[in-house]
Design a binder for this molecule. Sequence first.
Ligand code: FES
Length: 106
Amino acid sequence: MTKLTIVAFDGQRFEIDAADGSTVMENAVRNSVPGIEAECGGACACATCHVYVDDAWTAKVGEPEPMEEDMLDFAVDVRPTSRLSCQIKIAPDLDGLVVHVPERQA
Ligand code: FES
């Protein structure tokens, strides 16, 4: 289990014990985090699972793959720390990861 914190737009913090191999999106949906719609179910085809990776974690989480980068064009208020949460896989080296939910999705 890997510790994952998802901060909703209203500041509510969801501290989750996430299974390795699951995605940040799956954990958000499972814990009813508001603001993660995930309409495509994790196929990198909707951009409604957009999150901002916390500044302390951006280097560790890394850059989006080209397909994700293209899909991020459809997200609202994209920043350098933007990622699609269905494309971030939980692993032990991400223990303590923090992501923030934007004000609204696409
Ligand atoms: Fe659709 Fe992530 S759930 S792109």
